[in-house]
Design a protein around this ligand. Structure first.
Ligand SMILES: Cc1cc2nc3c(=O)[nH]c(=O)nc-3n(C[C@H](O)[C@H](O)[C@H](O)COP(=O)(O)O)c2cc1C
Length: 392
């Protein structure tokens, strides 16, 4: 297996050294701690293994399954000094491998891949059938496939893909990777990030031996990462959740959820986050693959708020409140991914018609601030504002 050049300290140091100088220039009045941070980072650049402190800009473009994350977006963010991500969820292992190779051919910078942890088998088939029948009466032209007892999203095959391609950073949602898989991914040189939504989940993740935690607050767009589908996600705001987890965990923490400004980024970094992860902020960028109707809805005055719903997938997820959620939120069964598969055809049909009321318009609470333009400009703009907030 040829080694990727990001593993090679010589190349890595050269390219990263230049970029550090550039990042330094963005700070209007760099203070002592920002120089110490840069110093720490440049020391760590000699290490062959990825670390969060080696990022020039501690901003991660969140993995966003369903089309929003693209190789273009991952490359743009990683090349600009942040950490770009590919979303492994819902893709076939072959499609994921293609995207990984695409990114590796275009950048020597580290990037991440996110995988969905398999869920236990269906427990309440009758509830899913009742939901299907209700949807069938409303959407008479719709056809629904078989309701599978289980669907592991090809987890084992995708683990084999990321190991084969030596992906620098791997993150997980909806649970923790099994111990043996985590060990194999570690042996392949990957940096492992578990997404957690509570102190209890954080402690379990530490026990599993991951390298960092992504602390996902209730403001987050898309699915909550709770370890079980039945759990109602916590409501402790991101800042408080970060501090609560910081008190019991020494691993590096990544803060995620509703982040849309430099001031928020500066405050989360000051409160113990090693990096921040933003999804919604990148949804309208040039490199985003989000459906155009989804992108437009973020600015559409008809969509005024986000809500957490199980209507589209059976799992709690935050999105813009629309007609589908209003009609079906109360009756959606707590079964994932069966409900996700059930509504897939309806969502695809809404996408074809450009109807935002039938789409899962996943978005965090900061949705109105999502900017257009190149992802690199969005990333650098946020970082400049964060640096300015520190020194003001
Ligand atoms: C459209 C969309 C899709 C998402 N898909 C995933 C995913 O596949 N895996 C994952 O771990 N998180 C996913 N998330 C959640 C993000 O990782 C992150 O927690 C969230 O975007 C942070 O909140 P923000 O959107 O307010 O920035 C998704 C978020 C959005 C908005």
């Amino acid at each position: 297996m040829p080694q990727r050049s990001w593993h090679r300290p010589d190349l890595c140091q050269g390219a990263r050294g230049e970029r550090l100088i550039r990042a330094r220039r963005y700070s209007p009045t760099p203070n002592r701690s920002s120089f110490q941070l840069l110093e720490q980072r440049s020391n760590l650049l000699r290490s062959p293994v990825f670390t969060l402190t080696a990022l020039e800009i501690p901003i991660i473009a969140a993995p966003m399954a369903g089309g929003a994350s693209t190789p273009n977006l991952a490359c743009a963010v990683s090349e600009a000094g942040g950490l770009g991500f590919l979303a492994g969820g819902y893709k076939t292992p072959e499609a994921l491998a293609e995207q990984i190779v695409d990114v590796q051919q275009r950048t020597d910078h580290a990037f991440g891949v996110n995988l969905f942890i398999p869920q236990p088998p269906l427990t309440d088939r009758a509830a899913v059938e009742t939901y299907r029948d209700a949807l069938g009466r409303e959407y008479s032209a719709a056809t629904f496939g078989e309701i599978a007892d289980a669907d592991d999203d090809w987890f084992a095959e995708k683990v084999a893909v990321v190991i084969e391609h030596r992906v620098p950073v791997l993150s997980f949602t909806f649970g923790l990777p099994p111990r043996d898989a985590a060990e194999r991914m570690h042996t392949a040189g990957s940096f492992l990030i578990a997404t957690v939504t509570s102190v209890a989940e954080a402690l379990q993740a530490v026990d599993r031996g991951v390298d960092a935690l992504c602390v996902q607050g209730p403001e987050s767009g898309g699915h909550r990462a709770t370890f079980t589908t039945s759990d109602e996600p916590g409501t402790l705001a991101l800042g408080e959740l970060l501090i609560a987890i910081r008190e019991v965990v020494t691993l590096p923490l990544i803060a995620a959820g509703g982040i849309h400004s430099g001031g928020q980024i500066a405050s989360l970094l000051a409160n113990g986050a090693a990096a921040v992860q933003l999804g919604t902020a990148f949804l309208r960028t040039d490199e985003s693959g989000a459906n155009p109707a989804h992108q437009s809805a973020l600015l559409d005055p008809r969509f005024t708020e986000t809500v957490i719903t199980r209507a589209f997938s059976g799992r709690p997820a935050r999105g813009l409140s629309n007609a589908f959620i209003t009609a079906h939120d109360a009756s959606a069964p707590h079964e994932y991914p069966q409900v996700h598969h059930l509504t897939k055809g309806l969502r695809a049909d809404a996408a074809r018609r450009g109807d935002p009321h039938g789409l899962a318009l996943w978005a965090g609470t900061g949705f109105r601030e999502a900017s257009t333009g190149p992802a690199a400009a969005v990333l650098l703009g946020l970082w400049i504002d964060a640096r300015a907030a520190v020194s003001s």
